[in-house]
Design a protein around this ligand. Structure first.
Ligand code: CTP
Ligand code: MG
Length: 213
């Protein structure tokens, strides 16, 4: 089966506040995106990166878009129909992904399963809170998982799921949401908390410390 990697790296990294887009900030000696490229590279026939203006030249690079999902769509559209059976979508912002985690997501695509997503069982208690700060209710933690990337999908259903208008793409915080909306069956693959998303400066420091080991 042909596997193509998609790395959304088209964000500006506003919350990190660095002098360049987040995916290209140096972390433990290399640009953040290189860690993800290394983990995906050996398992994928090709990896397409959606990058910000100024970083989008060259082979297998496309221009990112106004939302994360729109960036994913730009990258998916750069891949010919029939060239991919499976897409592995992984955020440039998660440098602690491992080849093993990607492989376990790929292995989870069985008959009847359209998507497999890395996730961890919630360890914090989660509450629903009103805009004024009043606690409305406590959710049943035993059924809640915090979702990460990689997210692996059958190529045809991901393509179909991304055929949405800009507002729907902007509202989706992950691709599995869109695939679920399109009728796909998604399963979770247990990940590890170290696979954190670099969002703020403190995350960059934690990632740097973990990658140094
Ligand atoms: N991303 C993208 N295109 C966008 C927005 C985000 O490809 N229009 C990518 C980011 O580059 C990142 C991943 O999606 O690899 C997750 O997004 P996030 O962590 O929110 O990164 P940024 O949007 O860059 O950060 P911020 O929200 O702080 O600006
Ligand atoms: Mg963002």
């Amino acid at each position: 089966m042909a596997v193509v990697g998609i790395i959304p790296a088209g964000g500006s990294g506003e919350r990190l506040g660095a002098d360049r887009p987040k995916a290209f900030v140096v972390c433990a000696g290399r640009p953040l995106i290189e860690w993800s490229l290394e983990a995906l590279g050996s398992l994928c026939d090709r990896v397409v990166i959606a990058a910000p203006p100024g970083y989008d030249e060259g082979p297998d690079r496309v221009r990112g878009a106004e939302s994360r999902s729109a960036s994913v769509r730009n990258a998916v559209e750069a891949v010919d129909a029939g060239e991919a059976d499976i897409f592995v979508v992984h955020d440039a912002a998660r440098p602690l992904v491992t080849r093993d985690l990607v492989q376990r997501c790929l292995d989870a695509i069985e008959p009847g399963i359209d998507g497999a997503i890395a996730a961890i069982p919630m360890t914090d208690t989660v509450k629903e809170v009103a805009p004024d700060g009043r606690v409305l209710k406590t959710l049943d933690r035993s059924t809640l998982w915090a979702v990460q990337t990689p997210q692996v999908f059958r190529a045809d259903i991901l393509r179909r799921a991304l055929e949405r208008d800009a507002a729907a793409l902007a509202a989706a915080t992950d691709d599995a949401w869109l695939v679920d909306d399109a009728g796909g069956v998604i399963t979770v693959v247990e990940s590890y908390p170290e696979n954190l998303k670099v969002t703020r400066e403190s995350d960059l420091r934690i990632a740097e410390a973990l990658l140094a080991h």
